[in-house]
Design a protein around this ligand. Structure first.
Ligand SMILES: [Mn+2]
Length: 341
């Protein structure tokens, strides 16, 4: 297993040099292109129109990005998320769904052609949500939190309730359509859970909020060598620490962990906060031992990190700490098991 620097919103020479300084082998690019603090999209604003000019990622853009990363002696491990607008019709079953699906397939094909091995996706209609984006964390750092009790007014995001059954139907339609394309393009699709994993938010069901939902997607609906999990240990721990370990063992043993978001939290589902990696609820050493035991051979990355004073928007300081901590854990667990074994 190996560590990558994750969640780059744009990749430039300086970021790649920074990744090299941290000693990682690769980077991951997260193209969500969405300000999580701005919930207007999520609340179903009608101003969306299908972007005819840029409906998918083009091969030349992806190839250029891949070349730039390789030039720095790094791997481009994955792309995570296409921009939100590229899945809007798919997730809402809107009138332009077919065109958007064609565009999504074109993106997968272009990624395959450019030699980029993985694409992360999620199926949240309301994206990642928090009640507090500036929650005080260790030593005066700033993190975020979700506390159901703090959400006073919860209007229906789409003007009516959207049930889990409806979203499952849309999800199945999506994954059955795009998975064969991923298989022939040799691009692994990796499913990220709904964060927070509450059953419903603003009247919209959140389907990927349990162990069983993930098992259903991966084993019943869309089993494939090119389909796995973008296992967000933070979000899984929001389900519960037990669920996080259950999923890690179960999917790890079955080689269904495409990659990991290795982060930690304190609390559970309706009331939690993000923490530094070394102070959350689950034991990170134990988690690394599980990965070692199941022979996880993919990559892990930092995901969200607390924000430190004088840090950049991308949180270079917080990420450097998290990444160094992960690299040390990987090495220590590997070395100690070799001695013990
Ligand atoms: Mn995550």
């Amino acid at each position: 297993m190996r560590v990558a620097a994750g969640q780059f919103k744009a990749i430039d020479e300086q970021d790649l040099e920074f990744a090299k300084m941290l000693g990682v082998d690769g980077v991951s690019y997260n193209a969500l292109d969405f300000d999580m603090r701005d919930n207007r999209w999520a609340l179903g604003q009608p101003d969306y129109t299908f972007n005819q000019h840029n409906p998918s990622w083009r091969y030349d853009e992806l190839a250029r990005l891949h070349e730039l990363v390789q030039k720095h002696g790094l791997r481009l491990e994955s792309m995570e998320n296409v921009p939100v607008r590229m899945m809007r019709e798919i997730k809402t079953a809107g009138p332009d769904r077919e065109r958007e699906l064609d565009a999504y397939c074109a993106t997968i094909e272009a990624m395959g052609r450019a030699g980029i091995p993985g694409l992360g996706y999620s199926f949240m209609l309301l994206q990642v949500h928090r009640s507090d984006w500036a929650s005080p964390a260790r030593g005066g750092s700033v993190s975020n939190a979700f506390r159901r009790a703090d959400i006073e007014d919860e209007p229906l995001a789409f003007g009516r309730r959207i049930s889990a059954d409806e979203i499952w139907e849309r999800y199945e339609y999506f994954i059955r359509r795009v998975l064969p394309v991923a298989e022939s393009a040799k691009v692994t699709l990796a499913l990220h859970p709904d964060d927070p994993p509450v059953p419903e938010l603003y009247g919209v069901a959140r389907i990927f909020s349990s162990f069983e939902a993930h098992r259903r997607a991966i084993e019943d609906i869309a089993p494939s060598l090119m389909h796995g999990l973008g296992y967000c240990m933070g979000t899984w721990s929001e389900m519960s620490v037990e669920t996080m370990f259950k999923g890690l063992n179960y999917f790890g043993e079955r080689k269904k962990l495409a990659y990991l978001h290795f982060r930690n939290i304190r609390g559970v589902t309706e009331d939690f906060e993000e923490t530094f990696i070394d102070e959350g609820d689950f034991d990170v050493v134990e988690a690394m031992q599980v990965l070692h035991r199941v022979g996880f051979d993919g990559f892990m990355m930092d995901d969200h990190v607390p924000h430190m004073p004088n840090d950049t928007r991308w949180s270079h300081r917080g990420r450097a700490y998290q990444t160094g901590y992960l690299r040390a854990l990987v090495r220590a667990v590997g070395q100690l098991s070799a001695k013990a074994g």
